[in-house]
Each structure stands twice: as C-alpha cells, then as structure tokens.
Design a protein around this ligand. Structure first.
Ligand SMILES: Nc1nc2c(ncn2[C@@H]2O[C@H](COP(=O)(O)OP(=O)(O)OP(=O)(O)O)[C@@H](O)[C@H]2O)c(=O)[nH]1
Ligand SMILES: [Mg+2]
Length: 302
C-alpha cells in the first residue's frame, strides 16, 4: 500500500502595514507569538510560526509591512519582507478589504503591482477584515483585485475572528510541495522567549504612547534569569529612544508611564512563560539609532 503523501513548505505572509499579517499568524498558530497593534509598521522582523495538521506542515513567515520606506530601519524592514519571498513555496499576499471602502486602493495599485510582479511562487490573496464589510461590499473588492493580478486563489477572511481561516489553510496546503516534516510537532516557532519578551514590551509602548515614540523605540533584553522553583523569572530590559523628550514621555508623570508598561508587559510575559515575572526596565538615549546601520545590526534589525 502507498504511504499517504506529506506536504510541507514555507508560506511567506506579505502585504501592506496594518493589514493583519501578525493577527493571521497568531490565529493560524492558535497562540500569540507576534505582537499586534492598531498602528502600521509594528512588525520589524521575520517571525516564523509552524502549523501542523493531518498530512502537512506549514512554515509561516510573518513579515514587516511593505511600504515606501525612507528611513534606514524602514528600508531594512521592507528588505526583510521581500527576502522572505526567496524562501517561499507559496506566497500569501494579505490585504485589508476595507481599504477599498476607504478609497485608498487606487493609489496603492501601482505599488501592489510592483511587489506582486516580484513573486515567483503561487500567490494566494487573502482579503482580511471581512467582518467589517457586508458581503455586498466585499464583492467589488474581490473584482478589483481580480483585475489587478492573476492570483492563484482569493480567500476573504477575518483573521481576528478566525472566519475563513480553515478554507485558507486548505488552499495553502493544496499548493505546498511534497516534503518531510521539518520540525517536531511541539515546536511552534523559532523565536526565543527573549525575543518575544522584548516584542511584548514594544507592543505595550505602541499601545500606551503616541505619535513617533514607538517608532523611535527598540527594546533590548539585558538579562533573563530563570527563577528557582516557585521564584519569579527576572528580566532586565533596556528601552532605547532617540531623544530626551521621548525618554520623558516613556517615564511619564512620577514614573507612571514606565510603571504601566512594566505592569502590562510583565503580565503578558508571565502568561507566556507560565510563571511569575519581575520586569526591570531602563531607558537609554541613543541619538538617531533608527538611521544608524551599526546600531541596527546590533539590534538584529539589519
Ligand atoms: N476588524 C478586524 N480587525 C483586524 C483583523 N485583523 C487584524 N485586525 C486589526 O488590525 C490591526 C493591525 O493588525 P496587525 O496584525 O498588527 O497587522 P500587521 O499587518 O501585522 O501590521 P504591521 O506589522 O504593522 O505590518 C490591529 O488593530 C488588529 O486587531 C480582522 O480580521 N478584523
Ligand atoms: Mg505585524
């Protein structure tokens, strides 16, 4: 008797900022690995998540949003996203279906085409946030994308609510090549606990501060000490900012902002690790670090 075929490979998730790429990764993994915020350019690195199912293993790559980047850090982010295409067996191009309603699409058409033309693997278009559109308003969006590019499949989903994600998985798996199981079943990601902890702190800064502050912020874990049985894990992290005014905002009145970040991030990291966490945060000014290739390399962002 023939052994049933096993399918495996890499699915690169690319698309404009804020479309819901990280939300989709978390939804498909059924656990939160990538941070999510209502603001664009949240994700800065490639984040891998491994989804296992009957007869397949899908290695998902969440990537930074594609945009016209001017700053050095942003150029690196776009580079990381486009490089993921080289590894992809299937590309998942994720767009926000409400962009059409917001009339943002025409101006993006040329930009989208530029990215789509670089893709050599099969492309599945995912139209996200369908929970925000009635079916009648979704139809013209699908038609518009049909004329934009010859997609291999178009799947409307709500990454937030999980709607359409099962069908999406089927469409993706159908396009994965035959291959081995590359990773054991119990490994959801290659991201380290240190990396995810730093990301969670960054997420709280995105959620709690305004304007340019989160975009001028990076988080470095200086120490991560496993506690003895029953003792908390002690994490010491430095938040980099570019200017003293930003440090002032992050500290807040009487230290209130830093305390709020510490509390919120500490709770989430504790949940991730399944134990108590003591989080110590420090703030350091490094002028123009987002434009400094040496510092970006040091931070793993170049
Ligand atoms: N209503 C609704 N909101 C969604 C959905 N998916 C994502 N969002 C929201 O859209 C915002 C952006 O989501 P992210 O997952 O961070 O988007 P992203 O594409 O990873 O963004 P970048 O990392 O900045 O490129 C967040 O506020 C999400 O909660 C969805 O299906 N429906
Ligand atoms: Mg993201």
């Amino acid at each position: 008797m023939d052994t049933p075929l096993f399918h495996s490979g890499v699915v690169a998730i690319i698309g404009p900022p804020n479309a819901g790429k990280s939300t989709l990764l978390n939804q498909m993994l059924r656990q939160k690995i990538a941070i999510v915020t209502p603001r664009p350019q949240t994700t800065r690195n490639r984040i891998m998540g491994i989804v296992n199912g009957a007869g397949y293993q899908m290695i998902l790559l969440d990537t930074p949003g594609l945009h016209e980047a001017r700053e050095e850090m942003n150029r690196q982010m776009v580079r990381v996203a486009l490089e993921s295409l080289n590894e992809a067996d299937v590309t998942l191009f994720l767009a926000d279906s409400t962009d059409m309603a917001a009339n943002k699409l025409e101006q993006r058409a040329e930009e989208f085409k530029k990215y789509l033309n670089r893709i050599t693997s099969p492309v599945v278009l995912v139209l996200n946030k369908r929970d925000l559109l009635s079916p009648e308003r979704l139809l013209p969006v699908i038609d518009w994308y049909r004329t934009l590019h010859a997609f291999d499949a178009i799947v409307p989903v709500s990454a937030l609510q999980g709607e359409g994600v099962e069908l999406l998985t089927t469409e993706l798996v159908a396009r994965l090549p035959e291959g081995p199981k590359y990773y054991p079943d119990d490994i959801p990601t290659d991201a380290t606990e240190r990396f995810i902890a730093a990301e969670i702190i960054r997420e709280k800064i995105f959620l709690l501060t305004r304007q340019e502050v989160p975009y001028s912020t990076a988080v470095v874990i200086d120490a991560f000490t496993e506690g003895e049985a029953g003792r908390p894990v002690i994490i010491r992290a430095t938040i980099l900012v570019e200017r003293s005014s930003q440090k002032g905002i992050l500290v807040g009145q009487g230290g209130a902002m830093l305390a709020a970040i510490r509390k919120s991030a500490g709770a989430d990291i504790g949940q991730l690790l399944g134990c108590r966490v003591r989080l110590n945060l420090w703030i350091k000014i490094r002028k123009n670090w987002t434009g400094n290739p040496a510092i970006l390399r040091e931070l793993g962002l170049a």
